[in-house]
Design a protein around this ligand. Sequence first.
Ligand SMILES: Nc1ncnc2c1ncn2[C@@H]1O[C@H](COP(=O)(O)OP(=O)(O)OP(=O)(O)O)[C@@H](O)[C@H]1O
Length: 305
Amino acid sequence: MTKRARIIYNPTSGRELFRKHLPETLEKLECAGYETSAHATTSEGDATKAARLAVERGFDVVIAAGGDGTLNEVVNGLAGHEFRPKFGVLPMGTTNDFARALHIPRDIQGAVDVITAGETIPVDVGRMNERFFINIAGGGRLTELTYEVPSKLKTMLGQLAYYLKGIEMLPSIKPTNVTIEYDGQVFEGESLLFLIGLTNSVGGFEKLAPDSSVNDGMFTLLILKKTNLAEFIRIVSLALRGEHLNDPHVIYTKAKHITVHSHDKILVNLDGELGGEIPAEFENLYRHLDVFAPVEKLRPQDRIY
Ligand SMILES: Nc1ncnc2c1ncn2[C@@H]1O[C@H](COP(=O)(O)OP(=O)(O)OP(=O)(O)O)[C@@H](O)[C@H]1O
């Protein structure tokens, strides 16, 4: 029987190029035996609705074309169902952390080839309260800069826009008091930032969580304790080289189940977009989604033998 694929694309992602590539993408998928249709998202939340509808209509494959925000929305429409279509990714955003972690090419036709080749791997999905994420959940003032980069600036400057914003915000970053429980252990104190990661690629930093695996059922938890500005800059430069793991200001560990409480208001960023606020409970859903990926290019810890 012919398989059916649904493309859900965000026409505004990254440098706004996908629409131009749609005809050749459809053609390649048709040649690979997929009856394919496409939906262009119109606003925030639309990709989640479109993905839910695709599940209800029995599509075998759902393909998200966009940035990490669009991927997150599509996964939110898939992950709550018992039967979940296979998930394809066409990275069209600025950072594309999820595609980076799975070695999905950033050129669109290369990414389509990964889907038509047909190999998939199961990946873990994170759940925060009632929402899902595939890359990262993060809280603290530092993570809030992702909300403040204007979309026009991202279209023009790409990832550089985030770094410019980060530098601009450095002096105003304040620690918050948090209680973080992780698999029976507790951190209680002032923290600049906490990250709960599923992949090794965070904001384009590929060495932040070097030993994470996309399908081991574990989060990588990173807590940055209170530091002064000079220490902070030193830790960021260590993190660029993956040498921050044993720093006394850093807690770096793996956990399956995490809860975060605070008396302060803390927003939580899920996959680069605002996802909710503390208090929150995080659970790792083991190998919850099958994703098309170039299996031979994956790091050994991400392969399934
Ligand atoms: N037609 C649309 N117009 C404006 N915004 C949209 C539209 N469709 C979707 N969106 C919103 O745009 C948000 C961001 O998109 P996405 O993550 O795909 O691209 P990006 O911001 O360019 O990339 P990155 O996340 O890598 O920075 C999505 O979370 C979604 O809510």
